[in-house]
Ligand binder design. Structure first.
Ligand code: LMR
Length: 416
């Protein structure tokens, strides 16, 4: 690099892999290119899919004079939206003890899921000062950036068993059991683990919750796929609700994103929920007050339009039913494409076992392809996926799945 005259102390950082790959894909003129990189839902024609229910809500919102005066909201965000977001996540409406449960949760609006993770990390770094945060190995790469920026030392718990391509439950439990210290934060993916697509089963979640309680660890849930993974908002929130409902003496928090489940990627809709324990219920307002202090210094308040769409849908029974239908469309197309890829690889007798592709859950498959094979897919076939072998299944379609399977077959046989 030529020497420049600057007061800065900067050196280049690696570009974000997911968005660099997306950029490279966008400018690739190859007619058969396939994007299996960034986690965004695509139709079978490879197009972004504005959810029909979102389009309906947008039409209704056009006449909303208040919204389109573009006024400020409050620092904590759009308060009715926050109640709706909280109820969707924790699902205690109409249940006994609902008011008491709500009193334990302080919520603020964030700049989507990344913003919620970041705000939560910053808040805990300032006010809890955990000795460590434990991330799954592997995890969404941005988790590492977020906690590094918050200046909290990062440790990793085993999560993935490469030989069997399965969830390493024993590894996770024994590492947290023997090494995590009281007060450490444990980052957990609420469902559709990114990048592996492998989630604990309910029995395993129960054991993880018990371990967190017994060792006094602080669970930090990242919920980016509620309803998108299984098609059911209840099922995908099971772990969060289990922790919250059965461990009332444990504090925890949730970073909630609406990017995937409403297809509102560019609108940046999200919320951060801090759950106090039974003994410190009155702390909730002080928590929100401190979160607002951080928000004010960073971005003043969340944006309005995206959260108004979510609010419109979730306050109208008919639109809510439409949304559940849209979730079914997305989650079932992804399951269909997993099966289609699996069937093709089996038909081609591609060396190796491929059941993991249909066993994994949510947007991604951790294919098991090596970095060299991933590189060859891009170089020879213009198929883009992350070098870890993570493939975004929604980039597959009936039109390209045979092409992708044949390309995988080639690199498996020839790029070892
Ligand atoms: C992904 O993992 O591809 C998505 O969650 C998009 C992102 O922000 O990284």
């Amino acid at each position: 690099m030529t020497k420049v005259d600057t007061r800065l102390n900067v050196s280049p950082v690696p570009p974000d892999e997911i968005f660099a790959l997306n950029g490279a894909y966008a400018v690739d003129p190859h007619p058969q290119k396939v994007s299996l990189g960034v986690g965004v839902y695509r139709t079978d024609d490879g197009k972004p899919w504005p959810l029909p229910v979102v389009q309906k809500a947008e039409k209704e919102l056009v006449g909303d004079d208040d919204l389109f005066r573009h006024e400020y909201t409050a620092i904590e965000g759009d308060v009715p939206f926050l109640g709706i977001a909280r109820d969707l996540m924790f699902g205690f409406e109409g249940k006994q003890g609902e008011e008491e449960a709500k009193a334990r949760i302080g919520s603020v609006q964030t700049v989507a899921g990344t913003g919620a993770n970041h705000l939560g990390a910053l808040f805990l770094a300032h006010h809890m000062k955990p000795a460590n945060v434990w991330l799954s190995d592997p995890s969404w790469a941005n988790h590492e950036t977020i906690w590094e920026l918050a200046d909290v030392p990062i440790k990793k718990y085993p999560y993935y068993h490469a030989e069997t391509r399965s969830f390493d439950f024993e590894g996770m439990m024994s590492s947290l059991e023997s090494e995590a210290q009281e007060g450490d934060v444990v980052l957990l993916h609420a469902c559709a683990h990114n990048p592996t697509g492998l989630d604990p089963n309910k029995e395993q979640w129960v054991a993880i919750a018990d371990l967190c309680e017994r060792k006094k660890l602080f669970p930090f849930f990242d919920s980016a796929y509620q309803g998108f993974a299984s098609g059911s908002v209840e099922e995908d929130a099971w772990a969060v609700r289990y922790f919250f409902n059965t461990k009332p003496d444990m504090e925890m928090c949730v970073a909630q994103s609406f990017s995937k489940n409403f297809g509102l990627y560019g609108q940046r809709v999200g919320a951060f929920h801090y759950c106090t324990n039974r003994a410190s219920v009155t702390l909730r307002d002080v928590v929100v007050n401190n979160l607002c202090h951080l928000i004010r210094g960073e971005f003043s308040m969340g944006p309005r339009v995206g959260c108004s769409i979510v609010k419109k849908v979730l306050t109208n029974d008919e639109l809510t039913a439409d949304w559940h239908q849209d979730l079914q469309v997305m989650s079932s197309r992804i399951k269909t494409m997993r099966k289609a890829l699996y069937n093709e690889l089996v038909r081609l007798q591609t060396p190796g076992t491929w059941e993991h592709i249909i066993q994994q859950n949510g947007m991604f498959s951790y294919t098991g392809l090596s970095p060299k094979q991933v590189y060859a897919l891009k170089d020879k076939y213009h198929i883009y996926l992350l070098k870890s072998g993570r493939a975004s299944i929604s980039g597959l379609s009936q039109k390209n799945v045979a092409y992708v399977a044949q390309a995988i077959d080639d690199v498996i046989r020839n790029e070892n």
